[in-house]
Design a protein around this ligand. Sequence first.
Ligand SMILES: [Zn+2]
Length: 117
Amino acid sequence: MMNTKITSYIKDLSSIENLCRVCLTESKTMYKLDSQIEEQLEENISNIYHVLYRVTCREIISDDRYPSNICPMCLGLLNISYKFKLQFEESHKTLTEYFGEYSTKKQEQESVFLYRA
Ligand SMILES: [Zn+2]
């Protein structure tokens, strides 16, 4: 589905930059990826590019040929995903501090189990 969509847009390369970087659709309202985020929850995470990188772990290179916008729906999902990740990391840190070494060893064992599965 996405391939068909992008193929039709390739005929008009100039329109690709108007698509959402995440879902590759057009929306009346778009936010620039370099826009500052409203609520800064971490140091060095101040714009949408940073948040996208934090959630996807994929380096987002600012390239003129790539869409530099995000639609409201994807921005909402990104915001939820980011907060979910932060919540997990914060709780994990608390648990690790509380249980210390034992938790780390148990975690490694479970990781090995998961990789073998
Ligand atoms: Zn989108």
